[in-house]
Design a protein around this ligand. Structure first.
Ligand code: C2E
Ligand code: CA
Ligand code: CA
Ligand code: CA
Length: 278
């Protein structure tokens, strides 16, 4: 916990010390959270803009801390990614989402469940085998599970990431490119990825009806994705106007607060029986 002063002499830095201490305690708490089962999955439904697509949801993790209450993923997922602890969280998320999907399947509900995979997960050579084993253990149909990945996940180490994606795809699950349009969109990589869906980032969707530039991006992304044989989901749909425009542009799915916020599994079941979107 030292830093150098102007003359190069090491001095104690209390700010640095407390920052490190805070990080260490967060990691300790995150470990405990998984052991104590404090993580929960919420599910955000997607609205199918065409008939016959079935019911699709995205699983999003939350941490229900005994003292601090509800902690959103942005407050601990990036940290978990930096420390490598994301691998443990991803296995928890995967297992929970697959178990829930199998429960719904046994109840006669064919609900497609998407879950998020981080860049670090994709570089784990054993992930496809673990994933396959989880599907078998819970008796879940692979076709009902979609893994969402960001493009940057592949850019870090394309060779290993792509070979792992191929092996994941071989289990029969679906693959989706998340947050499309942000970061280093490189079409040449997208073309090489064995994906079936593209999700347009909400930053382009939210102001679709008021910013002409955004509409051009969304329209051309939908066309491009369809040319490549991919389904398209628009994220961050908050208004009827945007939903309607997406329908005109030929988008396949809309996801956003207009349709539903992410909700618990039991609230999703209520949503299915009462929402005008279900
Ligand atoms: P994401 O994968 O892009 O997930 C979509 C985020 O947008 C979710 O935030 C969702 O609640 C939010 N959202 C959905 N509809 C709307 C809308 O209409 N308007 C606005 N403003 N926001 C909307 P959330 O649940 O806070 O998750 C944030 C991010 O945390 C996710 O972004 C994802 O990158 C990460 N994350 C969440 N769960 C997991 C997980 O299980 N594993 C990993 N690796 N990352 C996760
Ligand atoms: Ca996602
Ligand atoms: Ca996204
Ligand atoms: Ca995002």
């Amino acid at each position: 916990h030292a830093k150098r002063n102007n003359s190069g002499v090491e001095v104690y830095d209390p700010a640095h010390h407390s920052r490190n201490a805070a990080r260490l305690s967060l990691l300790t708490e995150l470990r405990a959270a998984v052991e104590r089962d404090e993580l929960v999955l919420y599910y955000q439904p997607k609205f199918a803009l065409r008939d016959g697509l079935g019911l699709h949801v995205e699983a999003l993790v939350r941490w229900v801390h005994p003292l601090r209450g509800f902690i959103p993923p942005m407050d601990f997922i990036p940290f978990a990614e930096q420390t490598g602890y994301i691998k443990t969280i991803t296995l928890w998320v995967m297992n929970s989402a697959i178990r829930q999907c199998a429960l719904w399947q046994r109840a006669g509900l064919d609900i497609h469940v998407a879950l998020n995979i981080s860049a670090r997960d994709l570089l784990q050579p054993e992930l496809p085998v673990i994933f396959r084993r989880m599907l078998d253990e819970h008796g879940c149909a692979a076709r009902l599970i979609t893994l969402e990945i960001t493009e940057s996940a592949v850019l870090d180490d394309p060779r290993h990431a792509l070979s792992n994606l191929e092996r994941l795809r071989a289990t029969g699950c679906m693959l989706s490119i998340d947050d499309y349009g942000t970061g280093y969109s490189s079409l040449s990589y997208v073309r090489q990825m064995p994906v079936q869906e593209m999700k347009i980032d909400r930053s382009f969707v939210m102001n679709l009806c008021s910013r002409p530039g955004d509409e051009i991006i969304v329209r051309s992304t939908i066309e491009l994705a369809h040319d490549m044989g991919l389904m398209v989901t628009a994220e961050g749909v908050e208004t009827e106007d945007v939903l309607q425009r997406l329908g005109q542009l030929g988008c396949d799915f809309a996801q956003g607060y207009l349709i539903s916020k992410p909700v618990s599994a039991s609230d999703l079941e209520l949503w299915m029986s009462s929402s005008r979107w279900a």
